[in-house]
Ligand binder design. Structure first.
Ligand code: B12
Ligand code: SF4
Ligand code: SF4
Length: 336
């Protein structure tokens, strides 16, 4: 039989710094999820609509499921010193190796170890890309509260941790939710968000979020938002950096997420070939934006930095076939 102590020990061995348990007798967050879809806040992420059924009923993923083990992996490292030159910023979660792969492997190893101890252990696991409303489950399991910035925050501790889920048939005692709003009157994240992406009550309009625009959005970025992207070329950390609960965040334990490319030389990024870019970002989540997407983001960043030394490299892209990149380059050149 799987026990809580066994889980705690084995999860720690695999680098999971947080573990909480929920009962799978409801689907927390689905009403809010539906409102998000109704308002089209998911933008072009059509898979969010398609994957709604298992999110509403996780038992379709594992009919024998009884408990959901929610795991957390801390990824906080301080921002490395900004290098000289024209550089763009990558958000913290993407400084190192791709968490889908690294955490996915650890989850699989953990499940195998549990199965060795109890051959009747049945499981379905995932990190990020599987159809769980992860933050809602983490909240029910007591791993933290959901802040006005929509993040799952461990009070006075951190929000810089990834979530992973193991749905399983083990009959485990659930943890208690925190049941308290730890934001109080604070509005720092709402005020600091460069693009005003929050609609209130932890609802985020992905269409305005820099994280969505720089990673998921493949088209032209609206001019009004380009200016607000500032130096961000992949993701954004503003609404977490300003949060008082992240005053001294719990540090990362695993080296997988240590900074490799927190700052990226924009002239290099514009001049590099696809092969060079793919090699430099091998194994990193940054690859998700694609080469043309990264160059589009770099062009916008160069426009925002306002340094005319970028004009020659930008001019090489005025006639490229990828419209979002071409458009971003023209926009940047107009500003320089
Ligand atoms: C799609 C997605 C995005 C989209 C949309 C984000 C969004 N806010 O919806 C984009 C690309 C913009 C994005 C950005 C980021 N993401 Co993201 N994203 C996801 C993904 C795949 C689905 C999220 C989702 O379903 N959104 C729809 C909304 C409606 O759901 P939700 O935000 O999860 O919110 C639920 C709870 O708030 C819940 N809720 C339940 N009870 C209650 C009670 C109260 C009082 C309140 C207020 C809310 C609440 O209601 C909501 C719906 O059920 C999840 C992984 C997953 N499978 O869940 C990762 C995930 C949420 N992302 C994550 C991260 C790290 C980020 C970024 C920080 C990355 C970056 N640095 O750029 C930003 C943060 C932006 C932000 N402030 O939310 C982590 C968050 C970890 C954490 N500690 O919270 C996750 C869990 C991935 C992971 N496995 O670690 N992301
Ligand atoms: S990630 Fe950046 S753009 Fe998105 S909501 Fe947070 S502060 Fe706003
Ligand atoms: S910045 Fe303030 S309002 Fe926003 S999540 Fe943190 S505590 Fe809550």
């Amino acid at each position: 039989m799987i026990s809580r102590d066994m889980l705690d020990v084995l999860a720690k061995e695999e680098g999971f710094s947080r573990l909480k348990i929920a009962r799978v007798d409801k689907a927390p967050g689905i009403d809010r999820y539906d409102r998000f879809l109704e308002k089209e806040l998911h933008a072009s992420m059509g898979w969010m609509r398609r994957s709604r059924p298992p999110r509403a009923n996780p038992l379709t993923l594992l009919p024998t499921g009884k408990s959901l083990v929610v795991l957390g992996v801390d990824y906080f490292f301080p921002v490395p010193e900004k290098p000289q030159g024209l550089v763009g910023r990558v958000s913290r979660y993407a400084w190192g190796k791709d968490y889908h792969k690294r955490i996915g492997k650890r989850l699989l190893r953990l499940c195998k170890k549990l199965k060795e101890r109890d051959p009747s252990f049945d499981f379905y696991f995932g990190v990020d890309s599987r159809p769980f409303i992860e933050r809602a489950w983490a909240e029910i399991a007591g791993m933290g509260f959901i802040g006005k910035n929509a993040m799952l925050i461990s009070p006075a501790d951190s929000s810089f941790f990834f979530l992973g889920m193991i749905l399983c048939n083990a009959d485990l005692e659930p943890d208690k939710p925190i049941m308290k709003d730890h934001c109080g009157r604070c509005k720092r994240c709402l005020v600091a968000c460069p693009t005003d992406a929050f609609l209130g009550n932890a609802q985020l309009d992905a269409r305005r979020c820099i994280s969505y625009l720089t990673i998921e959005h493949k088209g032209v970025i609206p001019d009004a938002l380009k200016k607000k992207m500032g130096h961000w070329i992949f993701g954004c950390d503003v609404c977490q950096d300003v949060c008082p609960h992240n005053h001294r965040p719990a540090p990362a334990i695993l080296q997988d997420f240590a900074p490799h490319h927190a700052w990226v030389d924009l002239i290099w990024l514009m001049e590099a070939t696809s092969d060079e870019i793919n090699t430099y970002f091998a194994g990193s989540p940054v690859r998700r934006a694609g080469v043309a997407g990264l160059k589009r983001n770099a062009a916008i960043c160069l426009g925002n930095l306002g340094n005319s030394s970028a004009i020659p490299v930008l001019k090489k892209y005025t006639d490229v076939s990828e419209q979002p990149l071409r458009e971003a380059v023209h926009w940047a050149l107009e500003r320089l």
